[in-house]
Write a protein of this length. Structure first.
Length: 171
């Protein structure tokens, strides 16, 4: 199975208020994110983290990664610079890319943390999965909502758990 998720922000206290996440503190949020992930993902599944894995955490990224099931792939985002400097954390990722392209059950998927109005194959039935805008209803949200086959993988939009393409797209 292939799963997608973005903007986990493990360890980031301020994201609780920013996203209106239903957690009393960062420890509760981190526990819930790990539990939700592991309840869905098996060790032989692929999980694409479309950026912002952890930020301002008291723990290094590898502390979280060692607790998560699956083969984890990172699509780099604006808050992933500490991960890129952590050789132990880097060892947990199967791939690390700025933009990733995969086949998911015969569907061409283009992943980038940042929403793109045009992406490779956007006029030829490819799909774009992104993050970055969290659950904000802003100009970017409105523009992206007009794009067929573009989906926000923000964890706060999907019960704080990785989702499959079928769940994301509703088919």
């Amino acid at each position: 199975m292939i799963y997608y998720i973005s903007d986990l922000h493990f360890g980031h206290e301020n994201v609780i208020q920013m996203d209106q996440r239903p957690f009393s503190d960062v420890d509760e949020m981190d526990r819930a994110l790990i539990e939700q992930w592991n309840a869905r993902v098996c060790n032989d599944d692929d999980v694409y983290v479309i950026g912002d894995f952890c930020y301002r955490s008291k723990y290094p990224a590898d502390w979280y990664l060692q607790q998560l099931k699956g083969r984890i792939h990172l699509v780099i985002a604006n808050h992933d610079s500490r991960i890129l400097k952590n050789p132990v954390a880097l060892g947990y990722f199967e791939t690390i890319q700025q933009i990733a392209s995969i086949d998911d059950d015969g569907r061409w998927i283009i992943m980038c943390h940042y929403p793109m109005i045009e992406w490779p194959g956007s006029r030829r039935h490819s799909y774009h999965i992104y993050g970055h805008i969290h659950n904000r209803i802003n100009q970017t949200h409105y523009i992206m909502s007009t794009r067929d086959r573009a989906y926000n993988a923000g964890c706060m939009l999907h019960g704080f758990a990785p989702v499959t393409l079928q769940e994301e797209m509703g088919f």
